[in-house]
Design a protein around this ligand. Structure first.
Ligand SMILES: Cc1cc2nc3c(=O)[nH]c(=O)nc-3n(C[C@H](O)[C@H](O)[C@H](O)COP(=O)(O)OP(=O)(O)OC[C@H]3O[C@@H](n4cnc5c(N)ncnc54)[C@H](O)[C@@H]3O)c2cc1C
Length: 671
C-alpha cells in the first residue's frame, strides 16, 4: 500500500515477506520529519534518543568501506566512544576510490558573495537531479554542507585560497554561482587524508580497529536485524566472521558493471547486492551517471577510463568543427584543431544552452556530445570525441593562472595521450562515472533491514536522476561526519543491553557456508575464458543497451544477453589458483557474479521507467529538440526493488516523491 498521510509527512508502507524465516520489519517508511523544510533536520535530531558515554562503550559497529563515507563515519563514531571495526579491500584505508576525486566539493558558504544560499544549493541539486530526489534529504545535505568545510579546514585540508587568504571557489555544472571548494585537482585525496588522520587517531586510541584487505562477502541477519558480516581475508584466503550491534555499508558505487568506467579497478557493487539479497531494497538501479569529459576509449585492450575533471569546463570551451571536410582532415591528421578558424567551429553547448554554456549538467553535456558524434562530427579516428579547448583561457588569464588551476590535470592528460593541452585542445568523450542508484535508505540512512545503514555512493543518495559535479564528496562526508553518527544512536539506544553478537550461531554458520559454496563453485569450473574477457562482454552489453540512450527493445535484449552470458560464465570461466592465497582472479570472479545481477536489475529498472529523466534517457521519451522528457504523472517515485530469489523477478515498490517547497518544472538551461 502506498499513501500520503499528511501534508508534510509521507510514507509508503509495504507488506514484507520474511526471508530465511527471519521476522523482518514489515514496513518501509521514509521517516521524513513533519514541519517546515528548514526545520526538519533540527526536529529529527531533537527527537533522536541519545546513548550515554558508558553505554556507547558496550556497543559495536561494523563499517564496511574506508572511502570518504566510511572513513568519516568510523572516525566520528570512534570519537563518540563506540567500538568500531572498519573493513576495506585495499592494503591501506587511504587507498579507497575516493582518493581519485579531482574537482572539488560543494558547500553553500556564499564566500563569493554571488547570492548563494542553502536554498539555492538545495534547489540546484533537486533540479539537477531532474526532480527524482527526496526534498527533505537534499535540503539537509545543503544545510550540513557548510559544516563540512569548517571541519575539513580544522583538519588542515589545504583548500585553494585567494590572495587575501579566503578559501577559493570555482563553478561546476548546473549552477550559476561559484560554490565548489577544491585542492587543485586532488580534492578527494586531500579530504581522504584528513578523514584518514582522524581515523588513525581513533585507531591509536583503540576505539576503531581496521581490517584492511578484508572483503565483505555476506551480510548476516539475525531475527530480521543486521548483526554481522562474513569476510574473506584477501591475503590468506580465510573466511572470517565479525559480529556487531549495527552495520554500516560505505562500499561505493557499481559503475564498474560497465567494465570500462572512471572508477577504481576495485570498485564494485557486491556488498550492496549482498544486502539486497538479504532483504535491503535496491533503489533506482538504472540511474547511472555518464560524465562528459573523459579521455576517449582508444582500443579494445583497455581496462580503465580516465576522467578529466569537470572543473576544466570553468575555462575550457567544448566544440567540434562545423564543416565535415575539416572533420575528415582531422581524422587523417592533415590539419590540427588549432588551424580551424573561429568561424568554422561549433561551440555547441554555448549555442544550445546560452544561459549555462559549457557548464550545463553532466547528463545534458554528455547527450549533446553524443548527438554531435552521432551526426558524424566526432574529431578522432573512432568518431567518438569532441574538443575541450583552453586557447581562450590561456590568452585571457595567462599561462601561470591556468597552470595554477589545472596544471596537474594538463600533465595527466599529456602523459596519457602524448598531446599537450597547452598547444592543442584535449579530446574528450562521455564515460560511465558514478551511480546515483543504490541501497534504499530512509531519512536516518537506515535500510529496510533494521540495524543496517548505507552511506556515501552506496546508498541511493540525494542526487535523483543526475548528480551535480562536486556533490558526491559533499554527500559522503555529510553522511559520515554529521548524519549517520547521530541517527544510528536512535537504533542503538535500544540495543546497549544486548550482549555482543555471538558469531558461532546458526545464522553465521549458514552465511559462511553459502560463501564457501560460491568460492568452491567458481574454482571448480576450470573453463577457458578469463574473468576479464567475460566482464568486458558484460560491459559492452551494458554500454550498448543500458548506456546513454535506452529503449524498450534494447533493454529486453540486454536482459536476455546478460542471462546468457551469466550461464556461459558458470560453464566456462577459468579462475586459476586456490582459495588460500592472494588470488585476485578469484576476487574479480566473485565481483563479476554480482555485476551480472546488478546489470540485469539496472536493465529491468530502466525498462520499467518508461520516461527520460536526468541521465536515464529513454529514446521513446524525448522532446522535439532531443531533450529528456519526464513523465511526472506516472514516474515521480523512487523505484525500490525487493529480491525474491535467484531466477525470480524482483518485486517493485514505489516511494512517491512529494515536492512541497519547490515547483516541479521542465529543466531549462537555455535562458
Ligand atoms: C575519477 C573520479 C573523480 C571524481 N571527482 C569527484 C569530485 O571532484 N567531486 C565529487 O564530489 N565527486 C567526485 N567523484 C565521485 C566521488 O569520488 C565518489 O562518489 C566518492 O568518493 C565515493 O565515496 P565512498 O566513500 O562512497 O566510496 P569509495 O571511495 O568508493 O570507497 C569504497 C570503499 O569500500 C571498500 N569496499 C568496497 N567493497 C567492499 C567489500 N565488499 N568489502 C570490504 N570493503 C569494500 C573499498 O575498499 C573502499 O574502501 C569522482 C569520481 C571519480 C571516479
Amino acid at each position: 500500500m502506498i499513501g500520503v498521510v499528511s501534508k508534510n509527512h509521507y510514507y509508503c508502507e509495504i507488506i514484507r515477506i520474511p526471508i530465511n524465516n527471519n521476522t523482518m520489519a514489515d514496513k518501509l517508511i521514509s521517516k521524513i520529519p513533519d514541519g517546515p523544510l528548514a526545520q526538519k533536520w533540527t526536529k529529527r535530531k531533537s527527537e533522536i534518543h541519545l546513548v550515554s558515554p558508558n553505554n556507547k562503550r558496550k556497543l559495536e559497529i561494523i563499517v564496511v568501506g574506508t572511502g570518504l563515507g566510511g572513513a568519516s563515519a568510523a572516525a566520528s563514531l570512534g570519537e563518540l566512544g563506540y567500538n568500531v571495526k572498519i573493513f576495506c579491500i585495499s592494503d591501506s584505508p587511504r587507498r579507497a576510490h575516493s582518493i581519485a576525486a579531482q574537482g572539488g566539493i560543494n558547500a553553500a558558504k556564499n564566500y563569493q558573495n554571488d547570492n548563494d544560499s542553502v536554498y539555492r544549493l538545495f534547489y540546484d541539486t533537486i533540479k539537477g537531479g531532474d526532480y527524482r530526489a527526496r526534498e527533505a534529504n537534499v535540503y539537509r545535505l545543503a544545510e550540513v554542507s557548510a559544516a563540512i568545510i569548517d571541519q575539513c579546514v580544522a583538519q588542515g585540508i589545504p583548500f585553494a585560497r585567494e590572495y587575501g587568504g579566503y578559501l577559493a571557489n570555482r563553478s561546476f555544472g548546473g549552477v550559476q554561482v561559484s560554490r565548489t571548494f577544491y585542492a587543485r585537482g586532488q580534492t578527494g585525496q586531500q579530504l581522504l587524508l584528513g578523514a584518514y588522520a582522524s581515523l588513525n587517531k581513533e585507531i591509536a586510541a583503540g576505539t576503531v580497529k581496521a581490517y584492511p584487505r578484508h572483503e565483505m562477502l555476506d551480510l548476516v541477519v539475525v531475527n530480521g536485524e543486521a548483526k554481522g558480516i562474513i569476510t574473506r581475508n584477501l591475503v590468506t584466503g580465510q573466511l572470517e566472521r565479525f559480529g556487531a550491534h549495527a552495520v554500516i555499508i560505505a562500499t561505493g558505487g557499481y559503475g564498474n558493471t560497465y567494465f570500462l568506467s572512471t572508477n577504481a579497478m576495485n570498485s564494485n557493487g557486491s556488498a550492496a547486492l549482498q544486502c539486497y539479497k538479504k532483504g535491503a531494497f535496491f533503489a533506482n538501479p538504472c540511474f547511472a551517471q555518464i560524465h562528459p569529459t573523459c579521455i576517449p576509449v582508444h582500443g579494445d585492450q583497455q581496462c580503465k577510463l580516465t576522467l578529466m575533471s569537470e572543473s576544466l569546463r570553468n575555462d575550457g570551451r567544448i566544440w567540434v568543427p562545423k564543416k565535415m571536410e575539416d572533420v575528415e582532415k582531422l581524422r587523417k591528421h592533415q590539419i590540427k584543431a588549432s588551424q580551424i578558424p573561429e568561424e568554422d567551429r561549433d561551440y555547441y553547448l554555448e549555442r544550445r544552452y546560452p544561459a549555462f554554456g559549457n557548464l550545463v549538467p553532466r547528463d545534458v553535456a554528455s547527450r549533446a556530445a553524443k548527438e554531435r558524434c552521432d551526426a558524424g562530427f566526432g574529431v578522432n579516428e573512432t568518431g567518438l570525441a569532441v574538443f575541450l579547448d583552453f586557447a581562450d583561457a590561456i590568452a585571457r588569464l595567462g599561462h601561470q593562472k591556468v597552470a595554477e588551476r589545472y596544471g596537474n590535470l594538463f600533465e595527466m592528460y599529456e602523459k596519457i595521450t602524448a598531446s599537450s593541452p597547452w598547444e592543442e585542445p584535449m579530446m574528450i568523450y562521455p564515460a560511465i562515472h558514478y551511480t546515483m542508484g543504490g541501497i534504499w535508505v530512509d531519512y536516518d540512512l537506515q535500510t529496510t533491514i533494521p540495524g543496517l545503514y548505507a552511506i556515501g555512493e552506496a546508498n541511493f543518495s540525494d542526487h535523483g536522476g543526475n548528480r551535480l559535479g562536486a556533490s558526491a564528496l559533499m554527500q559522503g562526508l555529510a553522511d559520515g561526519y554529521f548524519i549517520v553518527p547521530v541517527t544510528i544512536g536512535d537504533y542503538l539506544s535500544k540495543k546497549f543491553a544486548e550482549p555482543k553478537t555471538d558469531v558461532t550461531i546458526a545464522e553465521f554458520d549458514e552465511a559462511e557456508k553459502a560463501v564457501q559454496a560460491r568460492i568452491d563453485r567458481l574454482l571448480s569450473i576450470k573453463g577457458t575464458k578469463t574473468v576479464d574477457s567475460i566482464h568486458k562482454r558484460l560491459g559492452l552489453i551494458m554500454w550498448d543497451y543500458v548506456g546513454m540512450a535506452r529503449d524498450k527493445a534494447g533493454l529486453e535484449k540486454a536482459i536476455g544477453l546478460i542471462k546468457d552470458l551469466r550461464k556461459e560464465f558458470y560453464e566456462n570461466v577459468n579462475v586459476p589458483g586456490t582459495q588460500f592465497e592472494f588470488n585476485q582472479e578469484l576476487e574479480k570472479a566473485l565481483r563479476l557474479e554480482d555485476f551480472f545481477e546488478i546489470g540485469e536489475l539496472m536493465a529491468r529498472d530502466a525498462l520499467n521507467r518508461n520516461e527520460s529523466c536526468g541521465g536515464h534517457f529513454r529514446t521513446e521519451s524525448q522532446t522535439e529538440e532531443g531533450e529528456a522528457k519526464r513523465d511526472d504523472a506516472n514516474y515521480m517515485y523512487v523505484a525500490a526493488w525487493e529480491y525474491k530469489g535467484d531466477g525470480v523477478e524482483p518485486e517493485l515498490h514505489k516511494e512517491p516523491l512529494v515536492y512541497e517547497n519547490i515547483k516541479v518544472i521542465t529543466r531549462n538551461y537555455k535562458d
